[in-house]
Design a protein around this ligand. Structure first.
Ligand SMILES: [Zn+2]
Length: 313
């Protein structure tokens, strides 16, 4: 973090940090690969939704934790399915969250997609539990996609980007209540800064069975990396996160969901086995490095979230 103390880097980081609040990722699209309409425009079959959302209280935890997933490195290359087979498997819904806090007067309309009010978040997670969803983690997803390994019923993955402190203070206790685990994609520049998680908090998340992934050093667009950028943005942050957690860092989320084919070998070379985009199409040649997520919007009531999950994946 020495570089960060120099004025130039501090200024760049401050600028980047201020833009995270409103411009972190591309807008929440709910369109699926088949081009379904967005959740808001689709008439809801309220009876069906109500049925799906009631009953089945989460006996989630035991089932989800019953089968520990193999480490990706233990899966022999000749057991890994080809891209077409991976793409053909039903997608697991993956949600992407940023800030979990109540809206403030100065929050822009657009920012509110990325800021989920506390009660809205609690309601969304309760809906998932009441609907019988089981959270899974990336190693489980990887084993499923590459080898067809079995997943718990109604699998879902919860991911949190950008290191925001409220993910630890607000989201985690809510998830703990249901025995849910999540993936936290950390941008290392923000560690320990006001309103962001500390290294100790990231370690605690990891120790408690959540997965820590990389989200670059300071959130620059992967498509623009050249030369040393790969070291600054991927290699060093990965090492930092490995030192904090004592575990290998194997999963990456592209800032803004933006990627290009050149990035994939660079990520593989630096230990990543899969990477996550946002709602756009997966790449036919490299579906493991373009795994889709949708942003769970701050505007979404549980029913809208449920519709988006069903329609987008
Ligand atoms: Zn981000």
């Amino acid at each position: 973090m020495n570089l960060f103390r120099t004025p130039l880097f501090a200024a760049a980081a401050a600028l980047a940090a201020s833009s995270f609040l409103t411009a972190c990722d591309t807008k929440p699209a709910t369109a699926s690969e088949g081009g379904s309409p967005t959740a808001e425009t689709v008439a809801t079959d309220s009876a069906a939704t109500a049925a799906a959302m009631s009953g089945t209280t989460a006996t989630a935890t035991e089932e989800a934790n019953a089968t520990p997933a193999p480490d990706p490195s233990s899966i022999p290359a000749n057991k890994i399915a080809d891209a077409a087979t991976i793409t053909a498997r039903p997608q697991v819904p993956i949600l992407c969250y940023h800030q979990i806090r109540d809206w403030r007067a100065k929050d822009s309309k657009g920012a509110k997609d990325y800021i989920v009010p506390v009660q809205q978040f609690k309601d969304q997670i309760k809906m998932l539990a009441d609907s019988g969803y089981h959270t899974i983690l990336p190693d489980q997803l990887y084993a499923y996609l590459t080898t067809g390994a079995k997943l718990p019923s109604k699998p879902i993955m919860l991911t949190f980007d950008d290191t925001d402190l409220d993910q630890f203070t607000v989201a985690k206790p809510t998830l703990d209540k249901y025995g849910y685990k999540a993936v936290y994609f950390i941008m290392t520049v923000s560690l320990g800064r006001p309103n962001y998680m500390s290294k100790a908090q990231v370690k605690q998340l990891s120790d408690e069975g959540n997965v820590i992934g990389s989200h670059t050093w300071d959130h620059h667009n992967v498509k623009k990396y050249q030369g040393e950028d790969w070291v600054t943005q991927i290699e060093k942050p990965t090492k930092t996160l490995e030192e904090i957690t004592g575990k290998d860092i194997k999963y990456f989320a592209y800032p803004f969901g933006l990627w290009n084919p050149e990035a994939i070998p660079q990520l593989k070379q630096r230990g990543m086995v899969a990477a996550f985009v946002l709602a756009e199409k997966r790449d036919q040649n490299d579906p493991l490095f373009t795994i889709r997520r949708i942003i769970a919007s701050g505007y979404w009531k549980p029913r809208t979230l449920h519709n988006s999950i069903v329609q987008s994946f």
